[in-house]
Design a protein around this ligand. Structure first.
Ligand code: FAD
Length: 456
């Protein structure tokens, strides 16, 4: 007998409950990935994530081939393709990971109905994409936590499931056909510094991080110039690494840095459990503050300057250019650029979230939308009116200015922290730099925001 394993955001063979369950119950297994037309149609995935996905599928195929198997890729309507593959393989069971978004819930429901009509079964596995399943811990009187600290406490108290090894052999029926694997070479418009995807790449990065980075994570992670975070986010987004395995192995180190790292992984689970309980929060305010954001048309010039990294605030511009170049941005950069767009320019968080989603290689519905809401003060943040001052943020998290000089070459010759306030440089030096003056005075933005929120 044969089972099908539908891969989604879990593109690995290690610690993969659906794959293990399928292999335990069947002699042959079809590992399936569907290039889902519905996801392509909504334009969710820009070229950076498509390229990373292509690497991940190539990597998964290679790992399956090492075990005697292969990956079957299909394209089109997901439910139709799954039904067709199950019919071809004469498979009775489909295994897959549980998702958290509205789309994922809908996909599960449609698959369950279609398979029931065909006399086949769907098995949905928890704790594949997150450490704990959303809803595994809840506060009294609610279906999810809206405050991180009590969530973290309860999350930490509940041990994750045990880690599963990679299977030794995977036998796939010969006659099930596959499309050719997509490759990143087929794509244009990629960020030049885009990282490589795939399980081997992810595991190598994780092992290097355990060796060289994690123990000093707590003291260094906010230093913008140091590159002292794990950069594992795209691997967690595509599931080439298992968050359950990461938590077990990080905890085994018992260092303060590793504990801080586990806490960040908990943030990921936190946002996933919010989105699972409130799928509308992907587009609608989690908590409305009565904002009447500037219309994208009237703010078009400011939005463009923000997207292109030409606001005249060097730390904002450096971070936005890192995003354009790498398809990734440091967390501190994400915080301060999101604050700048929503609170200083008073532009709707959805405009910023869309731009990030288009470029981020780790672009993730739960993490991106809910972090944007957090910074806009429409989400679960307990300080909704906090505004990050880009000059103070620059001086604090890039004290020597090295991060700005790396990404804003126009200012490369300015020494030290003076790079954060180029408008204070002598006029003749400013004239040499070809760098724009500030888009607006910070006090002007702050005043508009405070009036809009009824704070003055
Ligand atoms: P590390 O500091 O090494 O942290 C390890 C892991 O913990 C990360 O890979 C990530 O999975 C998780 N993590 C860390 N911080 C957060 C957080 N605040 N929320 C949720 N998970 C976290 N993260 C995404 O994965 N995808 C996104 O689309 C995304 N969009 C964001 C948008 C905004 C406006 C902000 C403020 C944050 C966003 N984040 C997003 C969270 C965070 O910035 C990134 O996860 C982090 O910068 C990734 O780098 P890293 O892997 O080196 O992180």
């Amino acid at each position: 007998n044969t089972s099908v394993v539908l891969f989604t955001s879990d593109l690995r063979v290690h610690d993969h409950p659906p794959l293990r369950a399928a292999l335990a119950g069947a002699e042959t297994v079809v590992p399936l990935f569907v290039l889902d037309r519905a996801i392509e149609d909504i334009g969710f995935a820009g070229p950076n994530r498509r390229a990373f996905l292509a690497d991940c599928l190539t990597g998964l195929d290679r790992r399956l081939r090492d075990r005697g198997g292969r990956l079957v890729v299909r394209g089109g309507d997901l439910v139709e393709q799954v039904r067709a593959v199950m019919a071809d393989a004469d498979a009775a069971d489909l295994h897959m990971a549980a998702g958290v978004s509205r789309y994922a819930h809908d996909r599960e429901r449609r698959l369950r109905e279609a398979l029931a009509a065909d006399g086949r079964r769907l098995h949905v596995h928890d704790a594949v994409i997150t450490v704990l399943p959303p809803g595994a811990v809840t506060p009294a009187g609610s279906d999810h936590f809206a405050v991180f600290t009590p969530y973290f406490r309860r999350w930490s108290g509940q041990g994750p499931r045990a880690v599963l090894g990679a299977p030794r052999t995977v036998r796939v029926p010969d006659h099930v056909t596959s499309l050719p694997l997509p490759t990143r070479e087929d794509l244009t418009g990629l960020s030049p510094g885009l990282p490589r995807g795939g399980e081997s790449e992810g595991r190598a990065r994780w092992n290097a991080w355990l060796r060289d980075g994690i123990d000093r994570y707590g003291e260094r992670h906010d230093a913008l110039a140091d590159d002292a975070t794990s950069k594992l986010s795209p691997h967690l987004h595509f599931g080439t690494l298992s968050p359950v395995e990461l938590v077990h192995r990080a905890r085994a180190r018992s260092t303060p840095g590793a504990e801080d790292f586990v806490r960040q992984l908990c943030w990921r689970d936190f946002h996933h459990q919010v989105l699972a309980a409130r799928p509308r929060a992907a587009t609608a305010d989690y908590r409305t503050r009565g904002d009447h954001w500037r219309s994208p048309r009237s703010a078009a010039r400011d939005i463009r300057a923000w997207q292109e990294g030409r606001t005249g605030y060097p730390i904002v511009d450096a971070a936005m250019r890192q995003l354009l170049h790498e398809g990734w941005m440091h967390n501190r950069g994400r915080l301060l650029t999101a604050s700048f767009l929503t609170k200083t320019l008073y532009v709707d968080w959805r405009v910023g979230a869309r731009h990030f989603q288009r470029l981020l290689v780790d672009g993730d519905l739960a993490n991106n939308q809910l972090n944007w809401q957090w910074m806009a003060g429409t989400g679960t943040d307990s300080r909704p009116n906090r505004v990050l001052n880009p000059v103070l943020q620059g001086k604090r998290y890039d004290p020597d200015g090295a991060y700005v000089r790396r990404w804003v070459p126009e200012l490369r010759e300015v020494r030290g922290a003076a790079v954060h306030e180029p408008w204070k440089l002598p006029a003749e030096e400013r004239a040499r730099h070809d760098y724009p003056g500030p888009l607006l005075e910070l006090a002007e933005g702050l005043g508009r925001f405070r009036r809009a929120r009824g704070l003055d």
